[in-house]
Every structure is written in structure tokens, then in C-alpha cells.
Design a protein. Structure first.
Length: 259
């Protein structure tokens, strides 16, 4: 376990991260994938950082969705967290097969103040039953509290990305999960890939604290997110992909002309 001083620092960092969800504008969380990118997020003046599981996994030579060994993902996230002084929330995907207690212990050992926690089991069973996921969230919250670090839990809702039925059925399931997860203790819910403004407005009304992805040129920008009442925006793998695209362009310019 981390030292008492470290636990106190992380507890204060978690309290700060939680408070940033209640500001006058949405909390903007650029997603970093290593220490170098995290340092640049901090230097640019952002108040907190999120990791991107896709970016971290690809940088390590693996695929997203728990394709990388958990120990390697955790080590990469820990290096990132050590490189900055602002709160870090780590994308812990579906939990890598760990119990909620083990998840809380591992996230705190990483040095993170919060985490994304998905309701998809990437190890074979697909979308987790909503009541089971609510129990996992409640257990995770209790475990973090018992360890002295009230981690900020961003509960991802996969009803839309997994296409659970018709659009109307997806929204109904998303709303049900949003309410359940907040009641279970999640600080924020994350209906990934939901981009319909009116549907988002319903999710916000049901859960109050909502995270969405904002993509440059996407259907919902930062101003629209603010108008909808969204409290937190992140960028998933988009910054990583943009960086790789720039790198490919630079490499093409360096390549000798074979004509």
C-alpha cells in the first residue's frame, strides 16, 4: 500500500477532481497516453488529465479493450501519473478481471484520483447486467473509501456502443443504467457514442453529472455540450490518433523520392 502521505495527497487530489465537475463550465479532460503527452496537457493549463486505454495499449504494442496485459497498462499509467502534479483519472476499462476491492487498490497504487469503469466484460460475457454492474460500482466506492481515497468513478454505459436494441430501446436502457449507476455511487456516467442531443438531454436530466466524448468536427462540440448541461468532456483516442496521423505525414515527407 502507498504511504500515509501518498494516501492523503491522493485523497486531496480526488476531492479536487470531484469539485471540478461542479464548475461553471464542463471539465475538459484531454486524454494522454504516456508521460510526455501528460506533461504537455499540464503545461497547456488543463486542470486534470484522463488516460486513453486505446492510446496506452497501442503505444505498448497491443489492441484496446483489455488487449494489453493489465500490469503493463498499470505501469504505463503510473509513469504518466508520476510525471504531473494535477489529478489523473485512469481508463480502467472493464476492470481486467479484478474484484472491485482489487480495482480500488490497483488504481490507488497507480497514483490516480479517479477511473473509468465500463459495464462491458471484455473477457467474453459482453455487456454486464445493469444490477450486477451497480453492485460492482457500490463495492468499488466502498473499497476506495475504506482505503482512504474516495476515487472519482466515471461509470461508462455501453448500451449505445453495443447497440442494445433499437435506438429507442438503447436510450431506455441507457437511462435505466444512468439512474442505477448514480444511485450506486458513481460520480459521473459516460454514455459512450451517444451523440443525439435530445437523447443526451434526457441522460443529463436523469443523471445530472454526465461525461461525453467531443471530437473535432463531430456532431456535438464543447459549446453544445455546455448548453446540454454536460459536466465533463473527454477525447478518447482522438488526440493519439491525430498525433499518429501527423507522424505518418512527417514520415512520408522524409521518405526518399523513388521516382
Amino acid at each position: 500500500m502507498p504511504s500515509d502521505d501518498t494516501l492523503q495527497r491522493l485523497s486531496a487530489s480526488a476531492a479536487l477532481l470531484r469539485s471540478l465537475h461542479a464548475g461553471p463550465a464542463p471539465l475538459v479532460l484531454p486524454n494522454a497516453w504516456d508521460a510526455a503527452s501528460a506533461k504537455r496537457v499540464e503545461a497547456a493549463g488543463f486542470a486534470a488529465i484522463a488516460t486513453t486505454s486505446g492510446g496506452v495499449a497501442q503505444a505498448l504494442g497491443f489492441e484496446d479493450h483489455e488487449g494489453a496485459p493489465m500490469d503493463e497498462m498499470a505501469a504505463a499509467a503510473a509513469r504518466l501519473a508520476r510525471a504531473v502534479s494535477i489529478p489523473v483519472t485512469v481508463d480502467f476499462e472493464g476492470g481486467y478481471g479484478l474484484t472491485p476491492q482489487q480495482t480500488a487498490e490497483r488504481v490507488i497504487a497507480i497514483g490516480a484520483s479517479g477511473l473509468n469503469y465500463e459495464d462491458t466484460d471484455h473477457r467474453g460475457t459482453g455487456v454486464i447486467d445493469a444490477d450486477v454492474q451497480a453492485e460492482r460500482l457500490a463495492a468499488l466506492k466502498a473499497a476506495a473509501g475504506s482505503l482512504g481515497v474516495p476515487l472519482v468513478i466515471n461509470a461508462r454505459i455501453d448500451a449505445f456502443v453495443q447497440r442494445l436494441g433499437t435506438p429507442e430501446e438503447q436510450l431506455a436502457e441507457g437511462l435505466r443504467r444512468a439512474r442505477l449507476y448514480r444511485e450506486a455511487g458513481a460520480d459521473c456516467v459516460y454514455p459512450i457514442l451517444l451523440s443525439d442531443p435530445e437523447a443526451l438531454r434526457e441522460i443529463v436530466a436523469a443523471a445530472e453529472v454526465v461525461n461525453i466524448n467531443v471530437r473535432r468536427g463531430g456532431p456535438i462540440g464543447l459549446d453544445a455540450a455546455r448548453e446540454l448541461g454536460v459536466r465533463r468532456v473527454s477525447y478518447a483516442t482522438s488526440l493519439f490518433r491525430d498525433t499518429m496521423t501527423w507522424f505518418e505525414t512527417a514520415l512520408a515527407e522524409l521518405k526518399p523520392n523513388e521516382g
